[in-house]
Write a protein that binds this ligand. Structure first.
Ligand code: GLU
Length: 284
């Protein structure tokens, strides 16, 4: 199997130094292992994705010396694949439609009999308001869909693991055993009302279909990996090796985000910095 990595940005703003670190880490891993580096556009959220940003990503990465095979996959063009995976989970009674708004969820969590809101890798842990007692029949609904975590985990009594060659926020590395997903993640959304599929579902399917063997990404996504590994098991897909890397922070210690335009790669380029300068700035 060819050693394959990928970088999957959302074209919703300029790439900054944190993206450069992630892309170059994945690219270097591929080079060192005679492998392939893929570029993919996580543009599921069409309300925020722009072709203009996509073109800027191509320019920035080329300028950094990164090469990738064409065509570049766009998630917005792959919705049928995601819906087909959702259909499989629906047929097995593992997902259910959810009508709750964010406010409904907050209200349910704040109800006196409930405890303090728990935050998981997908935001607030869902209180289970719409979880059905019995499996639902009929066509796959076109609204928000959540996984029935208790049920899904019953299919995997032998346990869930993944290999980490980088590090999680608490130093976890090596063979990582996934525990307590009901409490830590809960019934995460696999499809959203306006979008049709969630990030967790779409990247798992793309990674498998593109033959990605090694995933390099920021440590902030370490906790989301448990969801990805569970989905891989449920959909009978392979689990890649994960490498969660350090996050690039600003002077105050805050993680860089898209809003940090001042640290956009394009700005540095305009100021006359070289790709080597960027590598030095991020310690590569
Ligand atoms: N589009 C996601 C991000 O930029 C990709 C995350 C991942 O690598 O799985 O955060």
């Amino acid at each position: 199997m060819t050693f394959s990595t990928r970088f999957a940005p959302s074209p919703t703003g300029p790439l900054h130094l944190g993206h450069a670190y992630s892309a170059l880490t994945a690219y270097n891993m591929a080079l060192e292992n005679n492998g392939v580096f893929h570029l993919r556009m996580d543009d599921l959220d069409q309300s925020r994705s722009r072709r203009h940003w996509e073109n800027q990503i191509f320019e920035d990465l080329s300028w950094l010396g990164i090469k990738w095979p064409e065509p570049v996959w766009r998630q917005s063009e792959r919705m049928a694949k995601y819906r087909s995976a959702l259909q499989t989970l629906w047929n097995r009674g593992l997902i259910y439609p959810c009508h709750c708004s964010r406010a409904d969820i907050i209200n349910a969590i704040n109800a006196p009999q409930e405890q303090d809101p728990q935050i998981g890798p997908d935001g607030m842990i869902y209180p289970g308001t719409c979880r059905p007692q019995k499996p639902l029949k009929g066509p796959l609904p076109n609204i928000s869909l959540r996984i029935d975590m208790r049920k899904a985990l019953k299919c995997h009594s032998r346990g869930l693991y993944f290999t980490e060659t980088g590090m999680g926020p608490n130093g976890k590395t090596g063979l990582v055993k996934i525990r307590n997903m009901v409490e830590n993640a809960g019934d995460v959304a696999l499809a959203r009302a306006q979008i049709g599929a969630s990030y967790h579902l779409s990247i798992v399917i793309d990674d498998a279909e593109q033959g990605i063997t090694h995933i390099a990404r920021g440590r902030d996504l370490f906790e989301a990996t448990q969801i990805h590994v569970l989905l891989q098991r449920l959909l009978d897909l392979p689990t890649p090796v994960y490498h969660h890397h350090k996050l690039i922070r600003d002077k105050t210690g805050r993680r860089l985000a898209k809003r940090d335009d001042a640290r956009a790669i394009s700005k540095y380029r305009e100021e006359g910095k070289t790709p080597q300068d960027i590598r030095c700035m991020i310690g590569l």
